[in-house]
Ligand binder design. Structure first.
Ligand code: CP3
Length: 328
């Protein structure tokens, strides 16, 4: 497959930068909302035909350079016999909540999450661009699976480590299943690592990100690390051994590039609030400056600093994508 996205992940892209958006399939798209009116979120995640259709919406309508599997980081909880609930208009919940590592009894991942494997199998023949698989980071998952992760750390550090270890093992198995089914890249989402103070962040978040990155190395499939507030500690994240780091918008990406070793790619980093609220002209102006600041850089992937927000005008998303694709 000839792909600027995969080339950039190896830091050897020669032409225009590849572009995709976190949450590129979602509520800002009328086509997504139309499907969503007829199906519950649970159905969209669990029915492979529907999940595949949604994955393809931004690919066919917007022309991004990579597809991301339509699923959710929380489905891994099903491996432990837990239920993921997506209430209308409220954040998702996992029931029952987990209060001890010993309560986590894993089932076979390939069996429990077979519907994800089926979604990937349906998608592959429809895609001329790479498919990104993903998982949540262990600590981020803990914030949904346990009632009080901070209290747990305070009471019983070892027990919390056993919990994170079990979750990590399931995640590794899950990612390997996605790779066997055909994904060409992986992104790990650590959306809540920033809730931990720095030393706890290393002990309870980074340690497990490293474990996952290391386990994925045998596959040769590139791993992109999204860790909220990544721009605060690029060198620490680089030490975990990802292929790429996805950055927020709090620092300029050309400066961050200099703080990340040359063999690790960088992804980012337009502010999603800006994409939602600015005029199309402002989007073009700022994205052009961003892309130009990275001209000649072989390891750059244009993206937002976090997911697309639901009220973002589709025209702004189109303008953002065109900036990467038309500038060269
Ligand atoms: O297009 C893509 O990026 C792929 C699909 C995807 C979803 N969730 C679909 C989804 C991905 C990669 C995720 C990851 C995810 N899920 C994260 C990590 C990324 C991040 O944004 O920090 C987290 C923390 C979750 C958990 C989750 N799922 C929350 C907190 C919510 C509700 C809040 C929200 O954004 O609406 C969800 C629901 C969810 N997952 C939606 C989508 C498109 C909303 C769908 C809807 O209401 O129609």
């Amino acid at each position: 497959m000839n792909s600027p996205f995969l080339d950039a992940l190896q830091c050897r892209n020669q032409g225009r930068p590849p572009v995709w958006l976190m949450r590129q399939a979602g509520r800002y798209m009328p086509e997504y909302r139309a499907l969503r009116e007829r199906h519950s979120l649970w159905q969209l995640f669990h029915q492979p035909e529907l999940a595949a259709e949604i994955t393809l919406q931004p690919v066919n309508l917007l022309g991004v350079d990579a597809a991301i599997l339509f699923s959710d980081i929380l489905v891994i909880a099903e491996v432990f016999g837990l239920q993921v609930v997506f209430p209308e208009g409220a954040p998702p919940r996992i029931v029952p909540q987990v209060v001890s590592a010993e309560a986590l009894i894993p089932r076979e991942v390939a069996q429990t999450l077979k519907y994800v494997q089926e979604t990937i199998k349906i998608l592959k023949p429809h895609l001329k661009i790479p498919l990104i698989g993903f998982c949540g980071a262990p600590f981020t998952l803990a914030t949904y699976m346990t009632p009080d992760p901070h209290g747990w750390i305070a009471r019983d550090r070892e027990g919390f480590h056993r919990f994170l270890d079990k979750v990590s093992d399931a995640l590794i198995e899950y990612l390997l299943m996605q790779v066997r089914a055909g994904v060409e890249a992986i992104q790990i989402f650590d959306s809540w690592a920033n809730l931990l103070p720095p030393t706890d962040c290393i002990e309870f978040s980074h340690r497990y990100l490293k474990k996952i990155c290391t386990a994925m190395r045998v596959t040769n499939i590139p791993v992109i690390l999204f860790s909220r507030n990544a721009s605060q500690h690029p060198a620490l994240l680089a030490d975990l051994g990802p292929s790429a780091i996805s950055f927020d918008w709090n620092r300029e990406i050309h400066l961050l590039r200099k703080e990340v070793p040359g063999h690790i790619a960088v992804q980012g980093n337009l502010d999603p609030e800006f994409l939602q609220n600015a005029s199309k002209e402002q989007v073009v102006e700022r994205t052009t400056a961003l892309v130009e600041s990275m001209r000649g850089e072989g390891g750059f992937i244009l993206n937002l600093g976090h997911g697309v927000l639901p009220k973002t005008p589709v025209e702004n998303v189109r303008a953002f994508i065109r900036c990467a694709q038309d500038l060269y």
